[in-house]
Design a protein around this ligand. Sequence first.
Ligand code: FE
Length: 192
Amino acid sequence: MSDREFEALEAAFREVLVARGIVTDAEIAERVEVLYGRTPELGARVVARAWFDPAYKARLLADGSAAVRELLEIDIGTLKLVVVENVPGVHNVIVCTLCSCYPRMLLGVPPDWYKSVTYRARVVRDPRGVLKEFGVALPPGVAVRVHDSTADMRYIVLPARPPDSEHLDEAACAALVTRDAMIGLAVPSLGS
Ligand code: FE
């Protein structure tokens, strides 16, 4: 489905919901406002907490939705959030090959390139090529796993803590975690 078709379908669906009194225009407007108010800073807080608190990290990897609710007290509805951890030998990247599903509850509105047909097709076929374009050169022994999001399941990457960040506190570490790092297309570093 093209973006335009999707938008038309979304508008039609929204009209039905409003017409039947299931939701109001005001509720939709409020929801949109909440989403636009979300920024990758939320995701960065989750990542930094996982770096500093091994018990929290274990809960986050076991049940992302519950762990996010616990830390940020935000309602993510019935969405299943799956946190994929970058470890030595495995690097994770997220995509939605079908449309543009994205962990908006933690990262806000997706960048245009994430929604582009080019990214969605290429990252599956040639993840290393895409990573290279984003400036990430992975050592040869590292496997790349691409995770395809769906309407009811979202992924977010838990990047590795930079090894030279030991002197930094949790808030300073959170500041190193960029949106692209949580998509899997950047690696947090002290220079970033
Ligand atoms: Fe999607």
